[in-house]
Design a protein around this ligand. Structure first.
Ligand code: NAD
Length: 248
């Protein structure tokens, strides 16, 4: 039980990587707040985790809304009495060169992927302080390390990388650790907007040094490590999980 006694909030936890993290965290002994807009999927995951002997609660959360963050933290603190871990996982992907990117797409992406991580981080710090410290894991992307044709997405994920390091420096003395995870293309619904069909997915997989796409569990295990006390001397770090994509 690598997270025994710990309480976590995972934003965007209803499906994809967030759901894999929620299952794994619960399996490792954490009580998990699943924060998402997707109520049906979130409640189904809550039920699934409880049926398999774990502890989880769905909280409706729009990460762009400061008030909803306050309510989510309150709900988890009331139910579980402490807060040790936040995974800022919610995100959206929109594709386009600088000229193809509309102002609306830029603002939407920055709001969810950037502002959402800032608001979540700011909302949990008092509760983590009260619990004697904590671990914040921000899901960036390899697209936050290198440039490409996802202008708003690349920019938002780059912002998450530096927000991570700034928060790490500011709160290290209070035992609140903050690290970023940088997945390469991973098999979730998010990639549907990116790959038109299975053939396109397979072509991308073949172009990876390890010739496959990531699976949600591949990423979730990295997040688990950073969330746990095993990573107790790590803060401000970047964990790349990409099958060797950015090693070239
Ligand atoms: P996904 O689309 O399957 O899941 C994203 C989740 O975030 C959904 O449940 C969605 O409802 C939720 N969400 C979206 N907007 C929200 C909001 N305003 N408030 C609350 N929740 C919201 O995507 P995924 O692949 O699981 O992505 C999870 C994270 O991993 C994202 O930050 C994404 O950018 C990052 N990532 C994914 C990949 C990949 O290839 N799948 C690669 C690198 C990074």
């Amino acid at each position: 039980m690598r997270l025994e006694g710990k309480v976590a909030i995972i934003s965007g936890g209803a499906r994809g990587l967030g759901a894999a993290e929620a299952r794994l965290f619960a399996n490792e002994g954490a009580k998990v707040g699943i924060g998402d807009l997707r109520e049906e999927e979130g409640r189904a995951l809550e039920a699934e985790i409880r049926e398999s002997g774990g502890e989880a609660m769905f909280v409706r959360l729009d990460v762009t809304d400061e008030g909803q963050w306050a309510d989510a933290v309150d709900a988890v603190m009331t139910a579980y009495g402490r807060l040790d871990i936040l995974v800022n996982n919610a995100g959206i992907l929109e594709h386009g060169s600088v000229e193809e990117t509309t102002t609306e797409s830029w603002d939407r992406t920055m709001s969810i992927n950037g502002r959402g991580v800032f608001l979540g981080t700011r909302a949990v710090i008092p509760a983590m302080r009260e619990s004697g410290g904590g671990s914040i894991v921000n899901i960036s992307s390899v697209a936050g390390l290198i440039g490409g044709f996802m202008t708003a997405y690349n920019s938002s994920k780059g912002a998450v990388r530096l927000l991570t390091k700034s928060t790490a420096v500011q709160y290290a003395a209070e035992n609140i650790r903050v690290n970023s995870v940088h997945p390469g293309p991973t098999n979730t619904d998010m990639l549907d907007v990116f790959f038109a069909d299975d053939e396109a997915r397979e072509a991308r997989a073949a172009d990876t040094p390890m010739p496959r796409l990531g699976e949600p569990k591949d990423i979730a295990y990295g997040v688990l490590f950073l969330a746990s006390d095993e990573a107790s001397y790590m803060t401000g770090s970047e964990l790349v999980i990409d099958g060797g994509n950015t090693a070239r």
